[in-house]
Design a protein around this ligand. Structure first.
Ligand code: ACO
Ligand code: ZN
Length: 472
């Protein structure tokens, strides 16, 4: 064996869990720094490495072969690292962990700056329509506006900074760091088949081990039961008979419906939904007690039935007035406006309840992008709908509280949105909102993309006061 080959072999042996080195990211010509999370030596001559790209979201983690490692820049695990009690190595940072209310994330800014490269970095990806290809993911839109004074809307409310939100510690999906070990840090399901789609999962989900070793897990798209083979699925379909989610259809307009599912009455379905959702939600951990939750499943109808597009869960009683616990659009349907439709629906429910609401924190990177965009559109839509008051009065007037009442968006979120859009100015002793023509034009343009909207007239639903019920 030549000397340099021996040297290479020795270096390869040094590549163990916790090492860092540049790795060629799938489908790109980029070599970001990555951490080795695991190593497989099934074939001694061709080891494989599970890598996490530092500063990128965990959903991009992947198994790579030796040729994609830059061994010249290998950094050994730091010896002085504080040992972690369950024996895992250093925790590479992910955007969710670094999340703060209202801030953009390292992973996202990087994705943004990479726009236009050979392959767009997958903020969300991994699904395949069995009939047609799903569109390639595209980078995030520009996020900031520089406002110049123009049309003015007065506000009598002071601007506050957001109060810190504590994540809820109970529920169908809770933050649970004890599960964040080496096993749950790695994707365990290779592929799922759901209706006409094959979808590649983004994160760990605790499906039974005997299924996770298979190349594909087959799900009944209506009851979400998971099975080991197509044959089992076909047999199941004959018995299942469902063509829509369980629960009550509380909304229908065109082909879009929403079903309300009680986590206590439909426990199997709710647990299966949580298992499925966990494949795409990193920062929450499954909790099998679904009783305290309602699940709102959005479907699209065709001649084969009501196909699940996405859902959100909501606590029956939320002390913090959260109106969404977890929200998900399934990957084949993402980036088509369904996320905003789900969010809009959650606020329409809050409106019927006569409340304002807010999503449970922390938000994921994509959750924050979607909420920011939804809040911006809802707040600007409300302000721009204002009629000018009587002649003589120059500017239409609205208070922050009135914006909250109209949109059902919680006050802190309205204020943070106005700040994020850079619209709040201090003028003659009060805060005023200044809208430039550029902001108005950008808003009008972005609203053209909102092709489907929730029509509150199509909602047939009466809010329940769960605190008055003996049992959920
Ligand atoms: N890259 C860049 N921007 C994106 C991406 C992406 N991959 N995905 C969504 N966006 C932006 C869109 O551009 C859009 O903004 P715009 O209209 O201003 O351009 C906005 O987010 C919403 O887009 P939609 O198409 O309406 O949303 P989508 O159907 O893709 O669903 C969701 C968004 C639900 C967050 C989806 O990405 C998802 O399910 N992600 C995985 C689970 C998750 O992270 N859920 C949120 C967790 S936080 C919580 O549960 C409270
Ligand atoms: Zn079924």
């Amino acid at each position: 064996m030549a000397d340099n080959e021996t040297e290479q072999t020795n270096t390869v042996d040094l590549v163990v869990e916790g090492c860092r080195l540049p790795v060629n990211m799938a489908g790109t010509d980029e070599w970001p720094l990555a951490e080795i999370l695991s190593r497989k030596d099934v074939d001694r001559a061709a080891p494989e490495f599970y890598v996490h790209y530092i500063d990128y979201n965990k959903r991009l983690d992947e198994w790579v072969t030796l040729d994609r490692l830059n061994l010249d820049k290998l950094q050994m695990p730091k010896k002085d690292k504080t040992p972690v009690k369950d024996g895992r190595s250093s925790r590479a940072s992910t955007p969710e962990r670094d999340m703060v209310n209202g801030g953009l994330l390292p992973g996202l800014s990087r994705n943004k700056s990479n726009a236009g490269r050979k392959r767009k970095l997958p903020l969300g990806e991994g699904s395949e329509d069995l009939a047609q290809d799903s569109p390639a993911p595209t980078p995030p839109p520009p996020t900031n506006n520089n406002s110049t004074p123009g049309a003015v809307v007065n506000s009598n409310s002071n601007s506050n900074s957001n109060p810190p939100h504590q994540p809820r510690q109970t529920g169908s999906m809770v933050l649970d760091k004890s599960h964040d070990d080496i096993v749950t840090r790695m994707k365990n399901v290779n592929m799922i088949e759901l209706g006409r789609y094959r979808i590649r999962p983004w994160y760990f989900s605790p499906y039974p081990v005997e299924l996770t070793i298979l190349p594909v897990i087959y799900l009944c798209e209506f009851c979400l039961k998971y099975m080991k083979s197509r044959k089992c699925l076909d047999r199941h379909k004959e018995k299942c008979g469902l063509r829509h989610p369980p629960g009550n259809e509380i909304y229908r307009k065109g082909t879009i419906s929403f079903f309300e599912i009680d986590g206590r009455k439909n426990k199997n379905y709710s647990q299966n939904l949580c298992l499925l959702a966990k494949l795409f939600l990193d920062h929450k951990t499954l909790y099998y007690d679904t009783d305290p939750f309602l699940f709102y499943v959005m479907t699209e109808f065709d001649n084969r039935g009501y196909h699940i597009v996405g859902y959100f869960s909501k606590e029956k009683e939320s002390t913090e007035d959260y109106n969404v616990a977890c929200i998900l659009t399934l990957p084949p349907y993402q980036r088509k406006g369904y996320g905003k439709l789900l969010i809009e629906f959650s606020y329409v429910l809050s409106h019927f309840e006569g409340k304002t609401g807010s999503p449970e924190k922390p938000l994921s990177d994509l959750g924050l992008l979607s909420y920011r965009s939804y809040w911006s559109q809802a707040v600007l839509e409300t302000i721009l709908k204002l009629q000018s008051p009587d002649e003589g009065a120059e500017r239409p007037l609205i208070t922050i509280n009135e914006i909250c009442e109209t949109t059902s968006i919680r006050k802190e979120d309205v204020i943070s949105t106005l700040q994020y859009l850079n619209l709040i100015n201090y003028y003659k002793g009060q805060y005023i909102v200044t809208l430039s023509q550029d902001v108005i034009d950008a808003h009008n343009k972005s609203m053209l993309k909102r092709k489907i909207r929730i029509d509150p007239k199509c909602l047939h639903w009466n809010p329940k006061d769960w605190s008055k019920r003996g049992k959920w």
